[in-house]
Design a protein around this ligand. Sequence first.
Ligand code: B12
Ligand code: SF4
Length: 472
Amino acid sequence: MKVLLINPSLIEVNVGHYQKATEKQRGIYPSLGLGYIAAVLEKEKHQVAIVDYDAELQAWKRIENICHKWHPEVIGFYAMTWTFRQANVLAKKIKELLPQAKFVVGGPNLTCLPYQSMQDSIFDFGVISEGENTIIELIDALNKKKEDFSQIKGLIYKKKRDIIINALRSLIEELDSLPFPARHLMPIKNYYDISARNKHFATLIATRGCPFECTFCDRKNRMGRRWRVRSPQNIIDEIKKIKSKYNIKEYMFFDDNFVVDQEWIKELCLKIIGQKLNIIWECRARVDMINRIILKNMKDAGCYRIRFGFESGNNEILKIMKKGITVEQSLKCAEICKEIGVEIFGYFILGAPGETEKTMNETIELALKINPDFALFSKLILIPGSEIFDWSIKNNYIKSDYWEKFLRGEETNGAPTINTPKLPELIVDKYISLANKKFYLRPQYLWRRITAIKNWQQFANQLRMAKSLFIK
Ligand code: B12
Ligand code: SF4
């Protein structure tokens, strides 16, 4: 069958504090999820095209062209909660061009709000959680003109006026059995990242799932609590393929938690060194997973930066967040990174339950003490599926149908917070801006950034970053 896959615009999501300019400054990244879906479909001999809205100059024109000339039979969308409405609007426009086509949606929004997403949308089918096996069975059923979808696990669909949710599908155990994302269908050279060292980079997912419990994080979208890994050689093979095809030397591991199993990471690093990949890369890890030996291995294998969620400078707040780390661990981890020479990108959250002006000040102090190469201060937002969202409903800080209404366009703030008389959102906003000023406007920091510039790309990125932080 002919399948058109679309990644709707994240930049156009002008909701809450996610302003267009900020999104654009941060960067544009491929949807690896769509890449995997396309790859398994191609493996089954289906024809696939991908349109990535933000990465293409005339995305709608291209979609129109594809619809008029190629006549796709199935249109699939990746959607976060924040891009779901865009996906629905686009699907409606496409339906006018292709009334017979079937519309499928997958991605994190469908996984955390399956029923609500189908309710008022144009989609015929939704794929919950990992989609590779579900989409193959769905396309096969559509190809054979079957009308009974009840046996396809992980599927939600419309049957006359009803919305049917099938049994869930088990998670994929053998990640090596998956083909590599279909990057040949994506505009690889159009992706960029504000903090990357090179103009071109590639993103990768080496593991799936997260065993931790942070209350602000979305549980349903963690692809299970069991941490599943690809074999180091399988990851190396993917990098080699990207390197030889696109000559890309910089890689970003988008995994929720890249460093969990010390033996696995050691083997991966030794292979990167042994097979002379000669790449640089960054990843995301927890502060409690880093030690000198492992970090040295990572650095030798080309790791130049790690993104850590330090979150708070107060141990009580960290406990409330169920982050499972302490301020002391954060400081220790930062010390090791500096000693070994690996850059730190630090994430800090303000506005958690129990937060006061004193604890927010402690978080800013921690950021200054750690002194990472980059720091991102965010307000704690109540994302759907998180424990803190449920807690906020119980405490009457937010209505239980908030995100359902958001999907219908009846709520427009994509970043709801715990706005209480004790800690009004305006105060948290004030502290975010104070944190940015205190952190970024230090002469010592500015000098460090200037001296770190190695090429024009980095210079342009630093300007972009300054613009996104201080010019709204
Ligand atoms: C990389 C990333 C980003 C990137 C780019 C997103 C992208 N293009 O992928 C950037 C940095 C821009 C980003 C931004 C944000 N992100 Co983000 N991000 C991620 C991250 C870490 C990795 C995505 C990924 O590559 N996953 C791996 C692939 C293989 O999984 P997948 O995408 O889910 O795809 C699978 C299935 O979903 C399904 N599927 C997906 N699409 C489709 C389509 C079809 C047709 C089918 C059949 C199946 C299908 O099959 C795929 C293969 O199994 C995820 C966490 C995660 N682990 O997924 C968060 C995540 C997607 N982000 C999240 C959030 C909250 C945000 C922000 C709001 C954060 C913030 N506070 O600023 C912003 C959004 C900004 C805005 N404008 O609103 C949430 C989304 C929750 C939700 N309900 O939508 C996630 C799930 C993290 C989390 N657990 O909280 N993010
Ligand atoms: S914040 Fe990171 S460690 Fe915590 S639950 Fe989410 S993915 Fe796991």
